[in-house]
Design a protein around this ligand. Structure first.
Ligand code: GRF
Length: 191
């Protein structure tokens, strides 16, 4: 039996793309569903290109109904991967997917995390703080932004001349190299 993954993403979805490619023809993991809160997210186009079922939900549906839970159930989802998903996951889903939901954050948590710290804002904060290094953090999801137990971190150097865009490029490279592999490892270890 394959482990079916659902990816939640709000925007571009370049991480989702890497994950989809990594698990194409995989023995026991399948990207079975893409979910987004943003009808204009490019990740939906990617899902379409790869012929992966995809749905959009709004705030009311996520927080006040069980439509998303039902979509996950109907698609046989065993594991949730957040990849650039901007909203807080409701507690009932965190509980339902306890130890089966992970997120990636584009910095070295606990630094530069929490509500409002996403995308370029994170890299800007890293540059403004004159950090010597940044990186990625892959962690379990709990009820708070970026506070679940850390599974994996990888670092990159930040030089004084780096712009936020330079840092973003280094961090994205680390994300693409590591997120699919860590997803595979976590699923393998928890099977
Ligand atoms: C990534 O940097 C990820 O770490 C963060 O949001 C960004 C999403 O980028 N949570 P993309 O949509 O995967 O291109």
């Amino acid at each position: 039996m394959k482990t079916n993954i659902a990816i939640f993403a709000s925007g571009n979805g370049s991480n989702a793309e890497e994950i989809i490619k990594y698990f194409k023809n995989h023995d026991y993991v399948k990207v079975a569903l893409i979910l987004s809160n943003n009808p204009d997210a490019y990740v939906l186009k990617r899902a379409e290109n790869h012929k992966i079922p995809h749905y959009v939900f709004d705030r009311q549906q996520l927080y006040k109904t069980k439509i998303v839970d039902e979509i996950l159930r109907l698609n046989g989802i065993d594991f949730i991967v957040l990849a650039g998903f901007m909203w807080l996951v409701p507690e009932r889903l965190v509980k339902a997917f306890h130890n089966r939901m992970i997120n990636i954050h584009p910095a070295l948590l606990p630094k530069h995390g929490g509500k409002g710290m996403y995308g370029d804002r994170v890299h800007k904060a890293v540059v403004e703080n004159k950090e010597k290094e940044s990186g990625i953090t892959i962690h379990w999801v709990n009820e708070k932004y970026d506070e679940g137990d850390i599974i994996f971190q990888a670092k990159c150097k930040v030089s004084p001349s780096d712009t936020p865009a330079d840092v973003a490029a280094k961090v994205h490279k680390l994300e693409y190299e590591n997120y699919p592999k860590i997803i595979e490892k976590v699923i393998t270890e928890n099977q």
